[in-house]
Ligand binder design. Structure first.
Ligand code: GLU
Length: 428
């Protein structure tokens, strides 16, 4: 496992605790809201946290122990919702931060959900297909006391796939004795997954980007150059959708580094290269760049779509972009936020920009519960409607309180959860 630590996308992450970022953002937002201090205190705490240490039999016959977490930050608005991450960077504090961001994200797009997140400390690429199935199923069975269609609904996140969601659905279903597709979202379509879910987060990032560009009068697509950090569940689909729409994507990256072509990359060809070779490295007709260098490339829109803590007090002053659209959760530290605001770079925050994933997860859950499925056109139409509405609400808060977009998005969401909490009251 120690060797896998080398896969970190940026050394910056070593120094940054995402939970500190989440709490600092929360403080900035609640300072402006003027809500009851008891409510502010209550919402700061994760509701419940599970740590599990469990065995996986490796192909050699040896038993290896793995550690996993599931944190429910809030269940005020409904069952908790949020992805499961397989990564060697997972810590309890990271999962706490991600769970808290899910609460605000779901509230901002008006989904009837609270927030949760899970993670297992593992590099999924270091295990065989059998080992990863065994790890996923054992972790899922450890989560049985917490998950169900009415209490907590997991989904994919960094390092996890629709196939893994299928194993979670199957493990849960085998335990209760009947098929329960609604226990998890982001499943393959043939077992109750939704049209459009795989692309949803990346597509939503581009929808939010276009909304920001439009409102700044930047409608000529050929003039907009994108740089995208990350080429996984979010970045690869954002790049593909942007490319199809006619935007120039200059650079993309994965954990091992990025590729850059100042004239624009041919994204379909990059995607086939990755499908064939398993990564971006060695892609012809582009120059290699490190993940750090990639963030500093000249562009109109920078999309951090990898992980937390990438845009920091150390590099924010050197960014050469006009817009930042956060595909990842928590990619920008509060210190960097101050520099970005000062420099007049317009930022569309994570809980708004990457909410497309959980919105289509919600559609998937609704379809599973009703056993009635929608077509792709309907999914994307409703997705866009919800994201634009959330964008509007954020801008209205930003104007009303004269705050930046991150603080506005968090304030909008926190206010909704606070009001629901006050309506429900403190138990007992
Ligand atoms: N992992 C995604 C996120 O961070 C999706 C969560 C979900 O669909 O529940 O928003």
């Amino acid at each position: 496992m120690v060797a896998a630590l080398k896969n970190r996308i940026s050394p910056a992450h070593d120094l940054i605790n995402p939970y500190e970022t989440a709490l600092e953002q929360y403080e900035r937002a609640t300072n402006r809201l003027g809500i009851d201090e008891n409510v502010v205190e209550y919402m700061k705490w994760p509701h419940r946290e599970l740590t599990v240490n469990f065995p996986v039999k490796r192909d050699t016959g040896k038993i290896e122990m793995f550690t996993g977490y599931r944190v429910h930050h809030s269940t005020v608005m409904g069952p908790s919702k949020g992805g499961i991450r397989f990564s060697t960077d997972v810590t309890l504090d990271e999962v706490r931060a991600l769970a808290m961001w899910m609460t605000w994200k779901c509230a901002l797009v008006n989904l009837p959900y609270g927030g949760a997140k899970g993670g297992v400390l593992v590099d999924p690429k270091s295990l065989s297909a059998r080992e990863i199935e065994s790890l996923t199923r054992r972790y899922a069975s450890e989560l049985i006391p917490l998950i169900s269609p009415h209490s907590d609904i997991p989904a994919p996140d960094m390092g996890t796939t629709p196939q893994m969601m299928a194993w979670i659905m199957d493990t849960y279903s085998m335990t209760v004795g009947y098929a329960v597709p609604a226990v998890v979202t982001g499943k393959p379509i043939n077992i109750g997954g939704s049209q459009g879910r795989t692309e949803a987060t990346g597509r939503g990032v581009i929808v939010s980007m276009m909304e920001a560009l439009k409102r700044h009068g930047r409608t000529v697509k050929e003039d907009i150059r994108l740089v995208i950090q990350g080429f996984g569940n979010v970045g690869s689909h954002a790049a593909a959708y942007a490319y199809d729409l006619g935007y120039k994507v200059l650079a993309v990256s994965d954990v091992n580094g990025g590729i850059y072509n100042p004239n624009g990359l041919n994204i379909p060809s990059v995607r086939s290269y990755v499908a064939e070779t398993g990564g971006l490295s060695g892609y012809p007709s582009a120059e290699p760049v490190t993940n750090e260098e990639l963030l500093l490339l000249p562009c109109e829109v920078l999309i951090p779509a990898a992980m937390e803590g990438q845009i920091t007090g150390e590099n924010a002053a050197r960014l050469q972009t006009q817009f930042i659209v956060e595909g990842a959760n928590g990619p920008t530290t509060p210190e960097a936020d101050d520099i970005i605001n000062e420099r007049g770079i317009f930022l569309v925050p994570d809980i708004l920009a990457n909410a497309g994933g959980v919105v289509v997860s919600y559609f998937e859950w609704v379809q599973d519960l009703q056993a009635f499925f929608w077509d792709e056109e309907e999914i994307f139409r409703q997705l866009e409607r919800i994201l634009v509405k959330a964008y509007d609400a954020t801008v209205r808060t930003a104007e009303e309180y004269n705050v930046d977009m991150r603080t506005a998005a968090q304030m909008t969401a926190i206010k909704r959860v606070a009001e629901a909490l006050m309506t429900r009251g403190f138990y007992p």
